[in-house]
Design a protein. Structure first.
Length: 104
């Protein structure tokens, strides 16, 4: 994949994340700074998602842990076990909010 294609795919993912969080009505503030998207609860807990261009990965981190994802067949998959990005994001957001989270 070219760097441009990766950046376009990752940017589209960031936009989808922001939209999904807003549509779910979660008590989360989102902010972007360059290739980093930060989702923060009122208590200051954060989920940080960043584009790691050299490896063409999207990294997701919270106090619950960190994961790396690559784009495979149109799906962002965990590099360790093939897990789904969206399920990992729901888990991370649930961790920082202390409640179950479902994004559509």
């Amino acid at each position: 994949m070219s760097e441009t294609a990766f950046l376009e795919a990752a940017e589209a993912l960031f936009t989808r994340v922001e939209d999904a969080v807003e549509e779910a009505g979660l008590d989360i503030d989102s902010s972007r700074n360059g290739n980093v998207l930060t989702l923060e609860s009122d208590e200051g807990e954060q989920v940080v998602i960043n584009m790691h261009v050299p490896t063409e990965q999207v990294w997701l981190a919270s106090r619950a842990g960190g994961l790396h994802f690559t784009l495979e067949d149109g799906r962002w998959a965990d590099t360790r076990d093939g897990g789904d990005f969206w399920q990992a994001l729901e888990k991370a957001l649930g961790f920082i909010l202390g409640e179950s989270v479902k994004l559509s």
